[in-house]
Design a protein. Structure first.
Length: 87
């Protein structure tokens, strides 16, 4: 199998202030590597995208998802109201 992963996501608003993200703001398809039976206890889960530890190599602070089989991967950032994001 193939995988795709990220250390984290940080967003900034139009004033270059960090936009706080919670579990309600982020979804992914597939959610993370735990959708695979053989990886059901893997620590690299979706909440790690927003835990604030975006640098390093510690698996406890990373997100990993299966990749391939002809299906695209998506990460959704969801907000209750419009949010300006800086470039």
């Amino acid at each position: 199998p193939h995988y795709v992963g990220l250390n984290g996501i940080t967003l900034y608003d139009a004033n270059n202030e960090q936009i706080p993200l919670t579990a309600n703001n982020v979804q992914a398809v597939p959610r993370d590597v735990t959708v695979l039976v053989e990886c059901s206890k893997d620590p690299r889960t979706l909440p790690k995208l927003i835990d604030g530890w975006n640098r390093g190599t510690d698996d406890q602070h990373m997100w990993l998802a299966p990749f391939g089989s002809g299906k695209p991967n998506f990460i959704y950032l969801i907000f209750e109201e419009p949010v300006a994001v800086s470039r």
